[in-house]
Design a protein around this ligand. Structure first.
Ligand SMILES: O=C(O)CCC(=O)C(=O)O
Ligand SMILES: [Fe+2]
Length: 203
């Protein structure tokens, strides 16, 4: 799939044969202000939401055993500021840390809503077909951590499940090849922005 929204400016990154700056994931606490978070939360529209799917060998399939949540796309000129703000973070973090070839948003940003018993099992965001050009994955925590229970975004690191910060407004950026999951929500509702930065195939 072509890049949905190319970056206006891509930095020239100096690379060596190895990358000592690489980390498992990066988080930016309070990257979105409480006012910005409220503005983004107001975009959620039950009427536009669809049941989430998973990718299998390049196609989208229903797998209620692997993923249960509802999503909607963040689209339209009034939401351009969200893309710009996330592009700034991703370009800077990529330049300093991951040093991948990145060219823009791979697809439209999504809002993901997890109610009680909703979850997303262990997976990578990178895979065959349409998602083979994903390089970086983004999550923004839009719910206050006191609004819900469970729903942790976790990474698999040395066979340990490590929870990312839940603080409202935090942006979490990680390589799309990283194994991650969202634990079942046991109470309340968790809303997140989910997005991907793409680029040419790995080599
Ligand atoms: O909701 C999240 O924080 C992450 C969701 C996720 O992993 C995905 O949509 O690929
Ligand atoms: Fe994911």
């Amino acid at each position: 799939m072509a890049i949905y929204k190319p970056f206006r400016q891509v930095q020239n990154i100096k690379r060596k044969d190895y990358n000592t700056d690489l980390v498992d994931y990066v988080w930016l606490t309070n990257y979105f202000t409480p006012e910005e978070v409220q503005k983004i939360r107001a975009i959620w529209d039950d009427a536009k939401a669809i049941e989430s799917k998973v990718n299998k060998s390049g196609s989208e399939i229903d797998r209620e055993d692997l993923r249960r949540s509802r999503i909607m796309f963040i689209d339209g000129p009034e939401h351009e500021w969200i893309y710009s703000k996330l592009a700034t973070a991703c370009i800077q973090i990529n330049t300093n840390r991951f040093k991948f070839d990145v060219t823009g948003f791979q697809t439209a940003l999504q809002l993901a809503s997890y109610g009680p018993d909703d979850f997303f099992e262990w997976h990578m965001d990178y895979g065959a077909g349409d998602i083979s050009n994903r390089k970086l994955s983004i999550t923004v925590q839009l719910s206050d951590e006191n609004e819900y229970e469970g729903g942790d975004l976790q990474f698999m690191i040395n066979h340990n499940a490590v929870s990312a910060p839940k603080t409202q407004g935090t942006a979490v950026i990680f390589p799309s090849y990283a194994q991650h999951r969202v634990l079942p929500v046991t109470k309340g509702n968790r809303l997140s922005i989910v997005g991907w930065i793409g680029g040419p195939p790995y080599r």
